[in-house]
Design a protein around this ligand. Structure first.
Ligand code: ADP
Ligand code: ZN
Ligand code: ZN
Length: 737
């Protein structure tokens, strides 16, 4: 037996392993990921290496190959754990070991770590109150945010103030100059102390929330259950976060650490402050706006044990804690948990892998779980915990009414607002309650196409229709390419060219026409493009500076607005028409989440779902807020089609700049795979749904098998054969499942 051994995993290129022979005595222990000592170079000096592959034969004559000296006994250190994780990622999702390592150990680039600084309120309580009411009077939002945060906690990390509260040094200077705030750095030995105070602060004084019996039971059952993975299925507003907080507290008490993954879009300062208020300086946050250097510093703090809780989007999964007892994935159904870069890993699957190796627990929280995970919970593979009621006193799930848009048309209503929605919007305005209108689309209107020949105007770099924007331009939402609106059809020169469908901008305009006195706010990719756009819009809405918030899926995620009592879903079917086997699941999820924004704090909530497909199970089940009903119908569909979890499939995308060369390569590769795996179903090669992106053409091949192991075998085959067929041409392969 021979082994592929890499010498230095902190160097950039680790995909060039050296071949070593495995001596008889080590055969059993030499598995992938094992750290070993090997003789290296002319002097045969012993160095540390890692086994990244095993093989029966070597490509050199035997006399040129050296023996592995011994197994490195200090196993299971962080480096080893992370290396074996990287190897697993490469096996499972493709790509190179270098790419996998840069996901797992993004901090190989050494940067100067920066110590966290803290802002401490040193003024009196009266001064704090006075400053706050003054800031409110002057509508000084940055100061309000800062002072409100101080009201909850007199100490806060500078990074949270800066990234989550958007506090600039100018905002701060005002307070430091008046001697109300001091900037300090953490000193070495008060870690233990702050751990104790964090726990004490909670147990003595508490945060004012006593877990209800459902929450208590979920905590107890998760803690007393030896299974690795737990599904926390809780309706919107059922208090999942409180369950997480208690689980973390108990994990810390046991000397463990916790990782909390939250989708970037829900990672608002309100969310972060809930954790910070409970665990103080033991909490750190990473997200896309944190620089490499800061991320490095925070990961170092985790490594050294200075912090115990890491919050962040999917990349926080790779926080180098020495004893991560708990990995929480909030809203685990979210798309953002699937990496878009190679290796295209699934955060849930990877977390489960990490936890089962470390003996930690994974808690998956959602009101709309992925059906594959729900199935595992039902079958007993995962622990199953339910929160069926909203937690705030008096808060009930909203009342949902489905409106058939075809009937509206028949009744002569051509507006995008059904009669029921119009009436209820008026009512809310009179009662001074708030409204959210949800449309799963952005821009002033939809794709631009020709009414004579039907051709859409497409982006020259991507094969997608361009969207019309009010400023008179056409934009591609994939690559950002912008051009002036065309006057005639590029195909047939007809002047009857126009934009069809509606976007959020248009909705805003129409609401104002219908209800002239209404104050509107709009949130979509256009209005949030600025640095603070997202947080600022949320804040204005929270401060009641608008009656209605109009937006894309951004508005339906996890926000807790107390005065929203009406949610209007304008076109529930839009997401059903996406060519993807998960489109029904996605639709159910979006509708349920959108409905979940209404009536969260005691006032009765209502939701109007407008649709052309009231009989589709994703829509009727979402309207009934009945996950079980959705699950049953969806599983019938998945079984029929052999889609996951009824079967496994994987897609290979190969892309290249030369259309013909690419198609030929795809064809040859698929043929080879078909010959090597006669029983397996291969679909394609075919042009990808979006054939051309940024001037690269894309061909896809899908393959389905009942067993995951078979899938991985095919993938390895395709990677290897692909390299041979492609040679050094610029053609790229990626895999996703
Ligand atoms: P979820 O994450 O399930 O959507 P949250 O944890 O955000 O729910 O809780 C929703 C609301 O209910 C929050 O305002 C929270 O403060 C409140 N809440 C949670 N647990 C309790 C409880 N046990 N008693 C009273 N209010 C609670
Ligand atoms: Zn035309
Ligand atoms: Zn484009």
């Amino acid at each position: 037996m021979y082994a592929d051994v890499v010498i230095d995993i902190s160097s950039k290129e680790v995909d060039r392993p050296f071949t070593y022979r495995i001596p008889e005595a080590l055969l059993e222990r030499a598995v992938i990921g094992t750290p070993v000592h090997i003789p290296f170079g002319v002097g045969n000096k012993l160095r540390q290496g890692f086994i990244i592959g095993l093989k029966e034969t070597a490509e050199y004559p035997d006399e040129r190959i050296k023996d592995i000296d011994s197994v490195d006994e200090k196993t299971a250190d962080l480096e080893t754990r992370f290396l074996s994780l990287a190897i697993w990622l490469r096996e499972r999702y493709g790509g190179t070991l270098t790419q996998a390592l840069s996901v797992v150990m993004p901090n190989k680039v050494k940067v100067e770590p920066r110590r966290e600084r803290y802002y401490v309120w040193t003024g009196t309580d009266e001064e704090l109150e006075k400053s706050l009411s003054e800031a409110q009077r002057k509508k000084h939002y940055a100061r309000i945010r800062l002072l409100e945060a101080f009201t909850e906690n007199r100490v806060m990390p500078a990074s949270i103030a800066r990234d989550r509260l958007n506090i600039t040094s100018v905002n701060l200077k005002f307070f430091t100059e008046h001697g109300l705030v001091e900037v300090r750095t953490k000193d070495g030995d008060h870690l233990e102390k702050s751990l104790l105070t964090a726990i004490e602060r909670h147990s003595s004084k508490g945060t004012g929330v006593h877990l209800n019996s459902e929450q208590e039971q979920a905590v107890r059952n998760i803690e007393n259950d030896s299974r690795t993975v737990h599904l926390l299925f809780g309706v919107t507003g059922s208090g999942k976060t409180e369950v997480y907080l208690k689980l973390i507290e108990d994990a810390l008490r046991d000397g463990k650490e916790a990782i909390v993954l939250i989708p970037e879009i829900a990672l608002t300062y309100q969310t972060v402050m809930r954790f910070y208020a409970r665990f103080g300086e033991l909490v750190s946050v990473v997200h896309s706006r944190v620089s490499k250097g800061e991320r490095f510093a925070r990961f170092e703090e985790a490594r050294s044990g200075e912090i115990k809780v890491m919050i962040g989007p999917r990349s926080a999964l790779f926080t180098p804690f020495s004893n991560p007892g708990l990995i929480i994935i909030d809203e685990f159904h979210e798309n953002s948990y699937l990496s878009e870069q190679v290796p295209k890993y699934s955060t849930v699957e990877t977390a489960v892998k990490i936890a089962s190796e470390n003996g930690s627990k994974v808690v998956l929280g959602s009101a709309t779980p992925l059906v594959e995970c729900y199935e595992k919970a039902l079958s007993g593979e995962y622990g199953f915990h339910r929160l069926l009621h909203r937690a705030s006193s008096g808060a009930e799930l909203p009342e949902v009414q489905v409106v058939d848009l075809r009937e509206e048309l028949r009744a002569g209503n051509r507006s995008i607002f059904s009669r029921a929605l119009q009436e209820k919007m008026k009512e809310r305005l009179e009662r001074n309650e708030q409204i959210m209108l949800f449309l799963n689309r952005r821009g002033y209107s939809g794709a631009v196409s020709c009414r004579s020949c039907g051709e859409p105007v497409t982006c020259p770099h991507c094969s997608v229709a361009m969207n019309y924007h009010k400023n008179g331009t056409l934009q591609c939402h994939f690559c950002g390419y912008t051009r002036p609106m065309v006057k005639t059809c590029p195909k047939c020169t007809s002047p009857l060219i126009g934009a069809f469908g509606i976007g959020t901008e248009k909705v805003e305009e129409m609401v104002k026409t219908l209800l002239p006195e209404i104050r509107t706010l709009r949130m979509d990719a256009d209005t949030t493009a600025g640095k603070d756009g997202h947080q600022e819009i949320l804040e204005k809405f929270m401060n009641h500076e608008a009656d209605v918030l109009i937006g894309t899926q951004m508005i339906v995620k996890g926000h807790d607005f107390k005065d929203v009592t009406l949610v209007g879903i304008l076109a529930a079917d839009l997401s059903l028409n996406v060519p993807d086997y998960r489109s029904a699941e996605r639709t159910f999820e979006l509708l349920t989440q959108a409905e979940g924004r209404a009536g969260r704090a005691g006032k009765k909530g209502e939701c109007i779902v407008q649709t052309y497909n009231p009989e589709h199970y994703a829509i009727s089940a979402a309207a009934a807020q009945d996950y079980e009903a959705f699950y049953k119908s969806e599983m019938i569909f998945r079984r029929q089609m052999k889609y996951p979890p009824a079967g496994h499939f994987m897609g290979m995308t190969i892309s290249g700049a030369w259309e013909k060369e690419l198609a030929e390569t795809a064809e040859r590769l698929t043929e080879a795979a078909k010959r090597a795996f006669p029983g397996v179903l291969f679909l394609g090669p075919a042009e990808a749904g979006i054939y051309k992106v940024k001037d690269m053409y894309r061909q896809v091949v899908w393959f389905k098998t009942p067993a995951l192991s078979k899938l991985l075998e095919i993938k390895r085959f395709l990677e290897k054969t692909g390299q041979e067929i492609i040679g050094n041409r610029k053609i790229f392969m990626t895999f996703e499942s």
